[in-house]
Design a protein around this ligand. Sequence first.
Ligand code: ZN
Ligand code: ZN
Length: 449
Amino acid sequence: MTTKPKLGLVFFPAFDWAIAPDHPEREERLLYTRDQLREEGLLDLPEIKEFRPRIATRQEIERAHICVPSVGKVCTESHLIAAGGTITAGDLVFSGKTERAFALLRPPGHHALRIVHGSRGFCTINIEAVMIEHLRKLRNGRLRVAIVDTDAHHADGTQDIYYNDPDVLHISIHQDGRTLYPGTGFVTELGGPAAYGLTLNVPLPPGSGDAELLYVVEHLVLPVLRDFKPDLVINAAGQDNHFTDPITNMKVTAQGYARLTELLAPDLVVLEGGYSIEGALPYVNVGIILALAGLDYTGVREPQLPHGIKKAGRVDEAVVKNVAFLQEIWAKRKEIDLEEVFGRGDYFRRQRRLYYDTDDIHEFQDEEIKICSSCSGYRKIISYAEDYRRKPVRIAAVLLPWHACATCQQEAAAAFDRLTAEPAWDYVYFQNPAADEAPLVSRAGRRAR
Ligand SMILES: [Zn+2]
Ligand SMILES: [Zn+2]
């Protein structure tokens, strides 16, 4: 009789893809980890089994994104495999083949926004969102998900995709945006009108370590998860909070990450950033894998661990204050007067300027959400940017949420028809998670697919 493995691992180092050969986001990030796992004999344990990633389809990418002009033009095969491998990990847990899964792949994804003109913060495709939309589709949208993002950078892409989604709770714990890319993720960013309080951001001051990270998990994340009761908990596990990371200023250790994993007990872990290729990733990943497999991780030693690194003790006061603020928001989120936050009227509107640092693209976005009492409301987004040939591109998109009411469905279809008749747009997109194909109309007015 064979027992079911506790943990499935999906590896994809993307050998043939890099932003530049000396860029910190490169294949060695995963190769050292793999060597370490082999050396420790972890791949021989009955609790742990390795699986091969698959390639995500265009349709799977389009459930989470609107790629301009198309999936094929912004993605390489490596992006499709990173997204597909994350889906593989999700399927392992959903089908019950393994109890939990850890997707160790690259390129990462949590800075990729819903609309994709190119790459930001090393990310083009939001691999967690593609996986979540795939799993939701399998359940006809009846799935409550919690994403806890513990990368040192604010998960602005994931926040953007889910900020008005009442079935997805998104908590991001990260180095304070005043001191690190992407410069967002403050406690006042709390979600859209249909999901207010379901976006929670916990900025940590530079220099925060295990004590601060674990304090947030114990005092905020775990109680909120107990309340929200998700069907699935996903940890977007960036490892760039580590004390050796070259691009951040944090002091988390491998033991801290392992303890975090044990406390959080996620169903799925997806690797995000982490650029200390030899000093952190092998040890942090071993710690996380042991914790996920229910094995003892206290023996994981880090050769570079300096003496006197703060492991426990007093938690930075700013963190205690932020946690207290968010605890109160969470407790009162259903009583908050949304008209006071989002204004009166039938639509909530936001305008933003976005920057794709990796590809040097500037975008302007104007978004309108229908305030609807029967569903979370359809959306209309217009976006101006430069396309992959650096030519200006102007697009419009109409988005339906999961479980859209009949009125929103009709109004969204009418808005799409109106937009396609206007000559201003190079492309007009329609995104409907409940449908199998999303129409796309190009300037010529013909159906592009
Ligand atoms: Zn990061
Ligand atoms: Zn509606």
